[in-house]
Ligand binder design. Structure first.
Ligand code: SF4
Length: 369
């Protein structure tokens, strides 16, 4: 591929940011406040500012005395990241943000407004170590994991942007979160699960977004899927399968060499059993690679056998990365693929692809840096 490799991936591996309020659960937050010699009630007061009022600047927390603002600013609100640029498309209803973390690491999130919801696609890692050959992020490797606070603050910023009417359509509410930006969420397991808890707990412990409106995606780290199932969350699991056969999947999604399709689907069934949620199967349809009719039949059969009615297939027309040999399938091929999966009794639809004109395949904006 001819994409010039981004600065972010050339950078040396750097460390996590200092501790931030959003890294802490309720207990940790109270302990931190006590360490500062402040009364315990300040802990929830500050958390209400952050999660309830979406305020990340202690100087603006005017219900706190000035010396307290200064103290907590230093101890719990280190600068996390700043906006490098916003890029809008789809008549302003899609906005992609490129962030620079304190150590120079670049990451990105995409806010998409629909008639009935506003969805934020967030990054869980800077770069990605999974090396899928068709993906811009995968070309550069993993830079580092994001901290819980770096994940959570993408959500806070988007919720504030929606509230303040920064996205076309006037003020609104951020309702859905998908972990489908840069990175493999389950490879940053502990921080991602902590972030899910902050995103979904009601204030003062989190933003109060319904677990049912949160999607955690994975390329199929089977043991981590099982572990996630045991967390007793009701978030939707999305498995990026991309093909039902091991032979092709070994190259399309190299981690398949470790956990082949059957193991991934077993783990997905365990997740469906424990969570009571339908599993989402993501399938990037790539011209002449994985779009054959027989693969659609095989996909439908395998999914029906493993998951019965607790599955839904999202076909994603590939968003080609500049200069790449990978391309989206022609529309008639796509329609036939969808028809054949449905014919096996497995619901299958084509996902609306937002943001094509701003290079919204994961990693492309950071790649242009
Ligand atoms: S497709 Fe997802 S898992 Fe694969 S390299 Fe890209 S970001 Fe990583």
């Amino acid at each position: 591929m001819t994409v010039s490799l981004p600065l972010v991936f050339d950078a040396p591996r750097r460390g996590m940011p200092p501790r931030h309020l959003a890294d802490l659960d309720a207990e940790g937050r109270r302990a931190a406040i006590e360490e500062l010699g402040l009364p315990k009630f300040r802990a929830d007061q500050i958390a209400r500012q952050y999660y309830g009022r979406l305020q990340a600047d202690p100087a603006q927390m005017t219900d706190l005395p000035a010396p307290v603002r200064e103290k907590i600013g230093e101890a719990l609100f280190p600068p996390l990241m700043s906006v490098v640029k916003h890029v809008a498309c789809d008549a302003g209803e899609t906005r992609k943000t490129l962030w620079r973390a304190g150590d120079g690491t670049l990451l990105e999130s995409v806010l998409m407004r629909y008639p009935d919801r506003a969805t934020l696609c967030i990054s869980s890692q800077a770069g990605c170590g999974m090396a899928c050959p068709f993906c811009a992020t995968g070309q550069g490797g993993l830079n580092r994991n994001l901290s819980t606070a770096e994940i959570v603050d993408q959500v806070r910023a988007a919720a504030a942007a929606m509230r303040d009417g920064e996205v076309a359509g006037g003020p609104g509410r951020l309702s859905n979160i998908v972990f489908m930006g840069m990175g493999e969420p389950l490879a940053n397991y502990k921080r991602v699960v902590a972030a899910v808890r902050r995103i979904t707990s009601p204030p003062p412990d989190g933003f109060g977004i319904s677990q049912r409106n949160v999607v955690v995606s994975t390329v199929g780290l089977a043991p981590a899927i099982r572990k996630l199932a045991d967390e007793d969350l009701s978030v939707t699991l999305a498995v990026s399968l991309h093909t039902p056969d091991d032979e092709l999947r070994d190259t399309l999604v190299p981690v398949n060499n470790r956990w082949p399709v059957a193991e991934v689907l077993d783990a997905a069934r365990y997740y469906a059993d424990k969570s009571g949620r339908r599993v989402s199967i993501e399938y990037a349809l790539i011209r002449d690679i994985n779009d054959q009719g027989w693969r659609a039949d095989m996909l439908g059969q395998k999914l029906h056998k493993a998951l019965g009615s607790r599955v839904h297939v999202n076909v994603i027309p590939l968003n080609p990365t500049p200069g790449s040999k990978w391309d989206a399938s022609p529309k008639p091929v796509e329609a036939e693929f969808v028809r054949r999966v449905n014919a096996q009794g497995v619901p299958c639809t084509v996902r609306d692809t937002r943001g094509q004109e701003i290079a919204a395949a994961c990693g492309q904006l950071a790649a242009e840096g």
